[in-house]
Structure formats: structure tokens, C-alpha cells
Design a protein around this ligand. Structure first.
Ligand code: GLY
Length: 368
């Protein structure tokens, strides 16, 4: 039953992605406006997701047209290193689904070089006094954010690729700071932790893209559970898996009846607030990662939770028969407190939905 359902969703995904491939061409999609994807600047954190979709579909189908469409993206994004740009900690999001996966699938040496350059850039953002990765630029020298958990994979990959453990030391030091300063005993995490960049002392949690400092921004919970599961996969350290499970338990317990989270689980009157389908898609893919690390009798909780969310997305939010909608999932929320990109398609929602369905279909290479 599940297998037939997965295959039918995969087929519909392929037809949707084929349409995107024809229409998007060289555009770097981020969010839809009236159903049409924008063309975002390449230093924006989302520039890797569309090529990531293309690489996954290439890996699954071996159809050369996807490889050709994906091929040039790491070189294009690399230009942000040599021109004025606002690249920051999200180079993992940008170079894992482009340069690193390209190298893994095709052995392309330039892909490897670009992936390592991105890893070095991220490692250079480590604050040794506070043991955290600096997130953003400008004046935000002491701010670290939960999203960085997803960027750690490029450091773990670089450690394996070069044999240099410094990359892994930095990734685990940051992950341990997340356990200490972001994670709460109830299985939730804050979005931003602010530190004194001189002394490294933790100052306070901030609400960021969530409703409040002590709320539970749903995509932030997804970044945490998925990133922690990855940290376990790379290190074998049980504390990361246990923490990932705890966040997943909160996520599943807080999920409304319809299987798709509000943009923040703790916003007042959450049932009347916009959904965030990207949080559901990312959490589903992360829960499949948790499941893959556990024996079957423990794994099924996370696998069933993932399938529940993916079914809710496929049945209630996918734009299967709407060619005028370029995005795959509607109902994404980018940044509600800033009033940006609410109830739209988001390329990262489309990416993690595709990735999760590919995992259910047996895709074994990993981007994150
Ligand atoms: N990484 C930024 C976001 O999740 O919106």
C-alpha cells in the first residue's frame, strides 16, 4: 500500500519537476508570487535547493537532462566568493546540494574543491570562545541560529574527505552548544541564541523567525531534529540521536489533526494561523533519517510520523493538476514575524518533500 502510494507520488513529482525544468531555466527560485517562482540572488541561502532537486532526480532516474540542468550551479554560486556578497553560515545549504552531491555522483574535482572551499568558509565562522558558528553578517557577531545544524554536514563531509579532524571538531563543538543553549527539556528549541562574541558567554534566546523567545518555530524544530540526526549519523554519538528523538517527539505530539504544523506551534490561536508546509516536509525527511538510525521496532514511530505528514502534504497541499502553479507545495511560510512570504510555495519545502519521497523510494545517497 505504502509502496504503491510512494510510486504514484514520485511519478507525479517527476512530471511537476519536468515542468519546472522547462520553465525555470537559469532562474534561482525561492518563493512564488501568484504561483510563479521568483529569481533570487545567488548568495541567498536557498540557491542550492532547485539544483538539489535536479541532482536527486538525476540520481534516481539517470536521465542525463537532469544532470545537464544541475551541472553549472556550483560554479555559478561560487562566484559569490569572489564578488561582494552576503554569504554566511548557510553555505552548507548552498554547496551540499550542488558542489558536494555533484562530486559524489560524478567525481567532478571542481565540485570537490568548491565543497571544501565552502567548508573552510564555514569553519572560519567558528567562535572558539563561545564554541558556536556565527550565523549572519553585519553587526550580528554573537548570534547563532538553529538552522546551522543543517549546515554541519558540510563540515562532517570535509573531515571525511580531507582526513582533517578540525572540521569535525568544529561541527561537534557547535552541536554541543546547541544541546546546551538552544535545546530545552521539553523537546523544543529556540531560533536564535545570542552570545557575547568576546567572552563567549551565553546572553539570551531570541524569537527570530518564531513567535517569541520561548516559542517553538516549526521550521526551527525541523532544522534541529534533522540536523541532530545527521550529527549522529556522522559521529555515532548517542547524545545527538537522543536529542533528535526528543525534538521529533515534541513535533509529533504538537502536530494538529490534519498533519501539517502552524508556522509556530506556540503562537496564540495556532489553529487560525498560517501553516508551514516546508516545516512538515523538512521534519518528515529528518524523521526518516532518525528512523534509519534505529532498530525497526523503534524506527516505525518516526517513519509513520514522516509518512503521515507526507500524505497530508501530497493530498492537501500539492499542486499536482495546477500547471499555473510552479511550486510543488502550497502553504509555506517563510518569515511570519517579518510578514514575508506567507502562504506561498517555497523552494526548500519543494526540495525536502522531493528528498523525503525519494528516501521512501529507496534513494540512499544523502545530500545533508
Ligand atoms: N534558514 C532560514 C529559514 O529557515 O527561513
Amino acid at each position: 500500500m505504502e509502496e504503491a502510494w510512494v510510486s504514484s507520488v514520485w511519478e507525479r513529482l517527476l512530471s511537476k519537476i519536468d515542468g519546472m525544468k522547462n520553465e525555470l531555466q537559469h532562474k534561482s527560485p525561492h518563493t512564488t508570487v501568484n504561483g510563479v517562482y521568483d529569481d533570487m540572488r545567488l548568495d541567498w541561502w536557498t540557491s542550492g535547493f532547485w539544483p538539489g532537486i535536479l541532482w536527486i532526480v538525476y540520481d534516481m532516474t539517470k536521465d542525463e537532462s537532469y544532470r545537464e540542468a544541475a551541472w553549472g550551479w556550483d560554479e555559478r554560486i561560487e562566484q559569490c566568493f569572489v564578488k561582494p556578497s552576503n554569504l554566511h553560515h548557510d553555505v552548507g545549504f548552498q554547496f551540499l546540494p550542488t558542489a558536494v552531491i555533484k562530486y559524489k555522483l560524478t567525481n567532478d574535482e571542481d565540485g570537490c574543491r568548491r565543497g571544501l572551499a565552502a567548508a573552510n568558509f564555514l569553519a572560519g565562522r567558528f567562535n572558539p570562545a563561545g564554541k558556536f558558528l556565527r550565523a549572519w553578517n553585519q553587526e550580528m557577531r554573537g548570534w547563532s541560529i538553529i538552522d546551522s545544524m543543517m549546515n554541519l554536514s558540510i563540515l562532517f563531509w570535509a573531515a571525511e574527505q580531507t582526513g582533517d579532524p578540525r572540521f569535525r571538531h568544529i561541527a561537534t563543538a557547535h552541536a554541543d552548544t546547541v544541546l546546551r543553549c538552544f535545546a530545552r527539556g521539553d523537546g523544543t528549541v529556540c531560533h536564535i541564541a545570542s552570545f557575547d562574541p568576546e567572552t563567549g558567554a551565553f546572553i539570551e534566546a531570541l524569537g527570530g523567525q518564531g513567535y517569541a523567545p520561548d516559542s517553538a518555530w516549526s521550521r526551527g524544530q525541523a532544522w534541529a531534529l534533522y540536523g541532530l540526526a545527521n550529527a549522529y549519523r556522522y559521529t555515532g554519538e548517542q547524545r545527538y540521536l537522543r536529542a533528535a528523538q526528543l525534538v521529533a517527539h515534541y513535533f509529533l505530539a504538537a502536530l494538529p489533526e490534519d498533519g501539517v504544523p502552524p508556522w509556530d506551534f506556540r503562537v496564540p490561536a495556532a489553529e487560525t494561523e498560517p501553516k508551514d508546509t516546508s516545516a512538515a516536509a523538512c521534519a518528515a525527511s529528518g524523521m526518516l533519517e532518525i528512523a534509519a538510525s534505529l532498530p525497526e521496532q523503534e524506527a516505525c514511530l518516526y517513519r509513520n510520523g514522516a509518512v503521515r505528514m507526507l500524505r497530508a502534504l501530497a493530498d492537501g497541499y500539492a499542486t499536482w493538476d495546477e500547471p499555473e502553479q510552479q511550486g510543488i507545495l502550497r502553504g509555506g511560510t517563510g518569515n511570519k514575524p517579518a510578514g514575508q512570504n506567507v502562504n506561498v510555495s517555497l523552494i526548500y519545502g519543494d526540495y525536502f518533500f522531493t528528498e523525503a519521497i525519494a528516501k521512501l523510494k529507496g534513494w540512499e545517497n544523502r545530500i545533508f
